[in-house]
Design a protein around this ligand. Structure first.
Ligand SMILES: NC(=O)c1ccc[n+]([C@@H]2O[C@H](COP(=O)([O-])OP(=O)(O)OC[C@H]3O[C@@H](n4cnc5c(N)ncnc54)[C@H](O)[C@@H]3O)[C@@H](O)[C@H]2O)c1
Length: 321
């Protein structure tokens, strides 16, 4: 019987790249997505345009809060592993609508776990986030650091997801890897995220908002490196039992906002117009991943420099706008 990997939120930025990679590896996929209005359905359909021509790909429009439809999907297809990426993403908007974020990110995650337990599906990769570290003082951020101090509802919802995952692992022996992604960028990046937003404004000759003095830093991680971390995690889950892990997927090489702005200017040979504004609530001062655990457990080795990654983003942006 065909064994399927279920990808939730598969029409989004990270999900669509994962689907492309799994199709290359000849793996049958069920993709579910509700085309959440955080950004346009049109963009998401473009993300999966190539995948749709493959026999290995099945798209089902489904909200992870719809437990009865989830039951029908698990009943219909022999799903053996799940990569759960569906979420309300974005730190700042979560401050405006915390209950909506918790509804999708927490209740939706329980629905996935409950359905997995009911249909005896034992392998889960969960998309957590570097934001769970809050304003951690110690760098680089290590998986053993205390993450009890999230500074946005989004971060709290991701931490809640990790906690639920632990509970289901303990109660029902579901093998789970929580991957904490550090600011992912590359082709198809979400339009609300800094690099994509900056390119859009730069190319339309509009000013960018620069929050703070430019010294905040992020451990930007290229999408291909994130995808190799996800597929290695799936392999590990397939080959081993009794697994519950939390693993950082970052670049271990943060750059400041000012450096990012300079790098984009060098890449595009254009100059930004800037609005300087105070720091925003919910934004952390920096992110910096310790990736030793990822290297050890899943052979993770990010290989795309910021310079190369920005060139690849520029190429995609110019072809698609
Ligand atoms: N991109 C990053 O830098 C980053 C960093 C840390 C964590 N993450 C996490 O990784 C995951 C994927 O992020 P992304 O950047 O690809 O975001 P994205 O918004 O591009 O993709 C998420 C997808 O989930 C779908 N979705 C939202 N609510 C849903 C629901 N109720 N039911 C079904 N589908 C739903 C959306 O329509 C979208 O296609 C998210 O969980 C996000 O929180 C992303």
């Amino acid at each position: 019987m065909t064994e399927y990997t279920l990808i939730t939120g598969g029409c989004g930025f990270i999900g669509s790249h994962l689907i492309d990679q799994l199709i290359k590896q000849n793996q049958p996929i069920i993709c579910i997505d509700n085309f959440d209005n955080f950004y346009s359905k049109e963009n998401k359909l473009l993300n999966i345009k190539h995948a749709e021509s493959s026999d290995l790909f099945t798209l089902i429009e489904c909200d992870i809060r719809n437990i009865s439809l989830l039951n029908t999907i698990f009943e219909t297809y022999n799903i053996t592993s799940v990569v759960h990426l569906a979420a309300k993403a974005g730190v700042r908007p979560s401050i405006e609508s915390p209950s909506e974020y918790f509804d999708v990110n927490v209740n939706g995650t329980v629905n996935i776990l409950e359905t997995m337990q009911k249909f005896d599906v034992k392998k889960l990769v969960f998309s957590s986030s570097s934001s769970v570290y809050g304003n951690n003082i110690k760098i680089p951020y290590n998986e053993n650091d205390n993450v009890d101090f999230p500074i946005s509802p989004y971060a709290a919802s991701k931490k809640a997801g990790e906690l639920l995952n632990y509970t289901f692992h303990k109660l029902y022996n579901i093998d789970i890897i929580n991957l904490r992604f550090f600011t992912v960028y590359g082709p198809r990046q979400r339009p609300d995220l800094a690099i994509h937003k900056f390119f859009k404004l730069l190319y339309s000759d509009k000013p960018i908002d620069v929050y703070g003095d430019g010294s905040t830093s992020r451990d930007y991680t290229f999408i291909d490196d994130i995808i190799s971390g996800i597929t290695s995690s799936l392999e590990k889950l397939k080959n081993e039992k009794n697994i519950y892990e939390v693993i950082n997927l970052g670049n271990n090489s943060p750059i400041t906002l000012s450096e990012l702005i300079n790098l984009i200017e060098t890449t595009t040979k254009l100059k930004f117009k800037k609005n300087n504004l105070p720091m925003q609530q919910g934004d952390v001062n920096r992110t910096y991943a310790d990736i030793k655990k990822a290297e050890k457990l899943i052979n993770y080795s990010p290989s795309t420099s910021m310079k190369d990654g920005l060139h690849l983003f520029k190429k995609w942006y110019e072809e698609n706008n």
